[in-house]
Write a protein that binds this ligand. Structure first.
Ligand code: AMP
Length: 284
């Protein structure tokens, strides 16, 4: 496994891989790796000749007052883990490699970027879309792997990939959870023991919505209320939003029909903001 810091080197390597007709799988991350990230890496390893994982804590997707400075970073531990999982290249650029002085070009996926997480975190998806565009341009992967955990991100990236004409297939893999149901996240390290236990209520709430849906509930307001009540029963949790939306357009839905929908939740436990979601459709 080779660790690459320079964008030029990454780009020329990717060009060489394309000339050799190798299929390239790409897993973008911000490091501080856990089983959620590793599930993406494992699938990439199975599907592709060459696996590239990027580790870059992207300043452009953090708002003022967010946790950019204190976001957990441990490149040595991450690299050791990725070597174990037979990753070929780790792309770990410094900030100026991605955003050289005078950088002024941003990618905005209009409409989708301003909803839900985008409303709560203005500029977040502009930062995500911009860095993913730069990484896709550098690596030109055949497949790129993302987690369902960040549901809106997957919708934004799929739209970006289509609109900008990338020859990259976006693969979305299920959310990996702790036994308690809490979705794995690099930010879980901020939670105290009590907050962590309380935060598992998010999954319980999403499960309750799924059960109600399976039993025939099609009123979105009622499903959202079920989610709210389960989380609000937990004094350490503060809901930011519960939304029931069309999984492709992220538009709110009131009366559910046969379309696939997403139940999306953002909630705070202490100072830590967590997001999670559940996909509901008739096939389940
Ligand atoms: P991050 O390092 O938080 O930017 O995440 C990198 C990738 O890992 C994104 O595609 C995330 O959606 C994905 N990811 C993060 N947590 C999980 C999880 N618990 N299960 C599955 N994928 C995840």
């Amino acid at each position: 496994m080779e660790i690459i810091n320079r964008r030029q080197r990454m780009a020329s390597l990717a060009r060489k891989l394309r000339r050799e007709n190798k299929t390239v799988g790409f897993v973008p991350t911000m490091g501080s790796l856990h089983e959620g990230h590793l599930s993406l890496v494992k699938e990439a390893r199975q599907m592709c000749d060459v696996v590239i994982v990027s580790i870059f804590v992207n300043p452009a997707q953090f708002g003022t007052g967010e946790d950019f400075e204190k976001y957990p970073r441990d490149l040595t531990a991450d690299a050791a883990l990725l070597a174990e999982f037979q990753v070929d290249y780790v792309f770990a650029p410094g900030t100026e490699e991605i955003y050289p002085p005078g950088f002024s070009t941003f990618v905005d996926v209009e409409g989708l970027s301003g909803k839900l997480e985008g409303k709560a975190r203005p500029g977040h998806f502009r930062g995500v879309a911009t860095v993913v565009t730069i990484l896709f341009n550098t690596i030109r992967p055949d497949f790129a792997f993302f987690g369902q955990k960040d549901a809106q991100q997957t919708v934004v990236i799929k739209r970006l990939t289509r609109d900008l004409g990338y020859d990259t297939e976006i693969i979305v893999l299920p959310t990996v959870r702790e036994e308690s149901g809490l979705a794995l996240s690099s930010r879980n390290v901020y939670l105290s023991k009590d907050e962590k236990a309380a935060a598992s209520k998010i999954y319980r709430a999403l499960r309750a919505a799924k059960i109600a849906y399976r039993e025939g509930e099609r009123n979105a307001l009622k499903l959202a209320e079920t989610v709210r009540q389960t989380i609000e029963a937990e004094p350490l949790g503060q809901i930011e939003y519960v939304a029931i939306v069309n999984a492709e357009t992220l538009e709110p839905i009131e009366k559910l029909n046969d379309l696939t929908i997403l139940v999306m939740v953002a909630a705070r436990f202490g100072h830590t903001r967590l997001i999670d979601n559940m996909v509901l459709n008739r096939k389940q």
